[in-house]
Design a protein around this ligand. Structure first.
Ligand SMILES: [Zn+2]
Length: 247
């Protein structure tokens, strides 16, 4: 797949940049991305990926839009209350680039339907659901798929890309919690709107860095405080005791 004249016009200013040469523009137009969760991170993430020229995208989110979402889930408005997030987000993003190929599932990702993601180049998890993150991580390890875990709570962001290609290092290596651990969630502890936005944008940049091989993001855990604007990039190491590590 390549870009139409309209798309070249939409992305003209970005395509001036040296990293957007002909080869990389082709990579961008061919890349297949899946985004799990169209919430506070998924909204800015998907908007900026589409605004950067990504066009083959699959969405999974079974939630409908509520008023409490509007403070940070920037694709939605008061007129959209009660609609499915995934369908609404798709329609909104097609207004930025009508040539996008977006598949929107208005259901949650589960063991039963996760196999439709087996041809994704990168699966991005913004689900804010620890059990679901564990499921996606296991799927990506077993199928050697690139996985980005992206989470934000209060003013704190954690983002990491696991390539799952050479030596084993995965989300479970870093956070080997049992499946039944109850972690803090945004709906109980709270989240800054800007924090969610920054998480979405940093995740978008890591996605593009990976597709275009601009920067090696593999196994780099970025810890960001969106209030004092501190960023730490920590190299994650293999955990020999990880249950998913088969050597
Ligand atoms: Zn592991």
């Amino acid at each position: 797949m390549s870009y139409t004249d309209l798309e070249y016009e939409i992305f003209a200013r970005q395509f001036i940049l040296k990293n957007f040469n002909e080869i990389n523009i082709q990579k961008l137009s061919d890349a297949k991305i899946a985004i799990i969760g169209l919430g506070g991170i998924g909204c800015p993430l998907s908007q900026y990926l589409v605004s950067s020229g990504l066009k083959n995208i699959t969405f999974f989110d079974g939630d409908r839009i509520e008023k409490t979402n509007l403070g940070r889930q920037i694709l939605y408005s008061l007129d959209d209350i009660g609609e499915y997030k995934s369908i609404n987000a798709k329609n909104r993003l097609l207004k930025t680039n009508p040539n996008c190929n977006i598949t929107a599932y208005s259901e949650n990702l589960t063991k039963k339907n996760i196999n439709v993601l087996s041809d994704a180049d990168i699966i991005i998890d913004t689900s804010d659901d620890w059990h679901l993150s564990k499921l996606i991580n296991t799927f990506c390890v077993k199928n050697s798929l690139q996985y980005i875990f992206s989470s934000a709570i209060n003013n704190n962001i954690q983002i990491c890309l696991f390539k799952n290609q050479d030596n084993h290092t995965c989300l479970n290596c870093v956070f080997p919690n049992d499946e039944d651990v109850e972690l803090a969630r945004c709906d109980t502890v709270g989240i800054s709107s800007i924090c969610a936005g920054i998480a979405g944008l940093v995740t978008a940049q890591k996605t593009i860095n990976t597709i275009l091989k601009i920067n090696d993001e593999n196994n780099i855990l970025s810890l960001i405080n969106s209030e004092n604007l501190s960023i730490s990039n920590i190299k994650i190491k293999n955990n020999a005791d990880c249950a998913l590590n088969n050597g």
